[in-house]
Design a binder for this molecule. Structure first.
Ligand SMILES: C[S@@+](CC[C@H](N)C(=O)[O-])C[C@H]1O[C@@H](n2cnc3c(N)ncnc32)[C@H](O)[C@@H]1O
Length: 236
């Protein structure tokens, strides 16, 4: 894949590619949303994996322009839009919502940055502002049987994500994991992370995980018999 980034736009890193790997195999003809698209790398991965329709959103104008350029460079069609998560999307549902959101805990603020490149990583003191919002909103934008796929570090809480997914009626599971050295920002903020108890005193590595949350398939219409029911025949 060919990716360029305009100044201030997040360059794809190992998290991006871990999540891109978890996107495959993609059901043929799937309709995919990449929320927090940055350079568009995940949206383009979905298009190259056979998605029928791909939408990519980002709160940053430069990121949206970058994703547009990269879709063109890779010869795929991606519908790009500037949007704070789902806020400016038309009423449409997706088979897959994929996101590598900002998730680095920010010791200095309980709020998201209003501008600047740090919008790509800072996510409040616990690193969960965007993640929790994304998970809570996702079910309204998924088709029955659809899946939300998110990537983040263990430092902002794997259990918290699994719990939030269950609370949103999404069936959760960790689908990919990679252990590596703490990233530069996590290292820089290690005092804050240790004080919060999210980083162990001697910890110098972190797990990055991809977590899926699946929306149950639609109930069959009342009176319809399932294939299993039809095979089993009437009960005793
Ligand atoms: C960690 S970067 C990920 C970029 C890309 N998806 C990747 O994996 O390489 C997070 C992106 O989220 C965007 N972002 C931050 N807050 C957002 C929001 N509320 N709605 C949409 N995008 C947001 C940032 O501008 C940035 O491009």
């Amino acid at each position: 894949m060919r990716i360029v980034t305009l100044p201030g736009v997040f360059r794809p890193i190992s998290d991006t590619w871990l999540l891109a790997g978890a996107l495959r195999p993609l059901a043929p003809g799937a309709c995919v949303l990449d929320a927090c698209t940055g350079s568009g790398a995940l949206a383009i991965s979905a298009a190259l994996a056979g998605a029928r329709e791909v939408t990519a959103v980002d709160v940053s104008r430069r990121a949206v322009l970058t994703a547009c350029i990269n879709a063109w460079l890779n010869g795929v069609v991606v519908c790009t839009r500037r949007s704070d998560l789902f806020s400016r999307l038309p009423a449409q549902r997706y088979d897959v919502i994929v996101s590598n959101p900002p998730y680095v805990p920010d010791p200095s603020s309980d709020h998201l940055p209003a501008r600047g490149p740090q919008r790509a990583w800072d996510a409040g003191r616990d690193g969960r502002i965007i993640l929790d919002h994304l998970i809570a909103e996702a079910p309204r934008h998924l088709r029955p049987g659809g899946t939300l796929l998110v990537v983040h570090s263990e430092i902002c809480g794997i259990e918290a994500t699994l719990k939030a997914l269950r609370a949103a009626c999404l069936d959760p599971g960790v689908v990919a994991r990679h252990r590596g050295p703490l990233g530069p920002l996590m290292r820089e903020r290690s005092d804050h992370l240790r004080a919060r108890g999210t980083l162990a005193p001697s910890q110098i590595e972190e797990d990055v995980v991809v977590i899926a949350g699946a929306l149950p398939p639609a109930d069959p219409p009342a009176g319809a018999m399932s294939a299993a029911g039809a095979r089993a025949g009437p009960g005793p």
